[in-house]
Design a protein around this ligand. Structure first.
Ligand SMILES: Cc1ncc(COP(=O)(O)O)c(C=O)c1O
Length: 395
């Protein structure tokens, strides 16, 4: 007997290619292979002890039941207060939703605002999940291509040309996964002004907001004007900043109607984020000095690795790499070798046991993504192998 077919949603969705590369590298490692993994999108540090202690205390104290869907009140309040300090005007607890991960925050933001046939503008290279999420909501992803020649940033002219009467949302992700690009305030101001003029939602994914280098700073579209604030849904979380990827805790802050819609969707899809985990996140807000110290320790290590990897990549004949200023990724250009990014990555893993993610996964052929959330030793060894691999290829 044949069973009914899977849904159109299940049939159209592509599984996350970044998680797939990471799983493959981990499987090879488990089989005893000496893999240099540059695929992972997660910090290689432990979660800060004070955060773990706060979570363990809550667990022992019986915080093991359902919590209010949008999050425990103390955490929502602390998040709102943090954003207000950063220039988010008029935001309070009711504007905040704590979700099971930044990924869920993005998806709920899209579900709350996108209807069938609505166009969503996504600058490429993009984080792999945006187009899939838009399609799962019935929307239509529209891409704007940015290259290394413009620092992987879209220009106002490109955005203007992509906006149509059917556009309902523009996705902004600064610092970016996969390129590490960080928009300056001036650059974002122009893009946000166009979004306001077109009256479209802005999904500002700021999950890497605390990981910037070279003296770069980040800024949030929601702080630009009351009009921008009304249109912007700001997503973040604890995973990347505090090495809490497995905790599954994301945040979202938006206007009251959007936040309420997101909370309603979450009440039907997942209910609250894990209750005792939220108490760990609360410690981040209650102990800002300890949080800052933990973050600084990671950021110093990331910056050192970024520069070593960036220099090493540019020293390999045929590779060129833009010096990005955020997150923990570099996105070198491999076009000189004439291979597709998929083929380049597959052969690199097979022949030299170096795991990277093909640029095609992020909507940009001709590049590969390397995460430097890995040790100095792996970076040095991986660079040697990559140089050997590139030397074998024809240019
Ligand atoms: C750009 C971007 N947004 C959101 C997320 C989701 O993070 P989380 O682990 O909190 O779901 C990621 C994770 O890789 C990301 O790279």
């Amino acid at each position: 007997m044949s069973t009914p077919s899977l849904s159109s949603w299940a049939r159209q969705v592509s599984p996350s290619p970044t998680l797939a590369v990471d799983a493959k590298a981990k499987a090879l490692k488990a089989a005893g292979k000496d893999v240099c993994g540059f695929g992972a999108g997660e910090p290689d540090f432990d979660t800060p002890q004070f955060v773990k202690d706060a979570c363990a205390k809550a667990l022992q104290a019986g915080q093991t039941k359902y919590a209010p869907t949008p999050g425990i009140p103390a955490l929502r309040k602390a998040i709102a207060e943090d954003y207000v300090r950063r220039g988010f005007v008029g935001m309070a607890e009711g504007n905040v939703v704590v979700s099971p991960g930044g990924k869920m925050s993005c998806y709920l933001a899209i579900l709350a605002t996108i209807s069938h046939g609505d166009e969503v503008i996504i600058p490429a290279p993009f984080w792999v999940s945006y187009p899939e999420m838009v399609k799962l909501a019935g929307g239509v992803p529209k891409f704007i291509q940015a290259e290394d020649t413009t620092g992987f940033k879209i220009t106002p002219a490109q955005l203007k040309a992509a906006l149509t009467p059917r556009t309902r949302m523009v996705v902004l992700n600064s610092p970016s996964n996969p390129t590490g690009a960080v928009y300056t305030r001036a650059e974002l101001t122009e893009l946000v002004a166009l979004c306001v003029q077109a009256n479209v939602w802005i999904l500002s994914d700021e999950i890497y907001e605390n990981l910037v280098y070279d003296g770069q700073t980040t800024c949030s579209p929601a702080t630009f004007s009351p009009e921008a604030a009304a249109l912007t849904i700001t997503v973040s979380g604890y995973a990347k900043s505090y090495s809490m990827t497995g905790w599954r805790l994301g945040t979202l802050i938006a206007s009251t109607p959007v936040a309420a819609a997101v909370a309603d969707l979450q009440s039907q899809i997942s209910s609250n984020a894990t209750t005792f985990a939220q108490f760990g996140a609360l410690a981040v807000h209650q102990h800002p000095d300890q949080a800052k110290a933990a973050l600084a320790e990671m950021a110093v290590a990331f910056d050192r690795r970024r520069l070593n990897l960036w220099k090493g990549l540019n020293a390999i004949p045929g590779l060129t790499c833009y010096r990005s200023q955020g997150a923990f990724y570099l996105f070198p250009n491999i076009r000189a070798f004439g291979l597709s990014s998929q083929e380049f990555s597959a052969r690199l893993l097979e022949e030299e046991l170096v795991a990277v993610v093909p640029g095609s996964a992020f909507g940009s052929e001709g590049y590969i993504r390397l995460s430097y959330a890995t040790s100095d030793e792996i970076i040095a060894k991986g660079l040697e192998r990559l140089a050997r691999f590139c030397a074998k290829l024809k240019r």
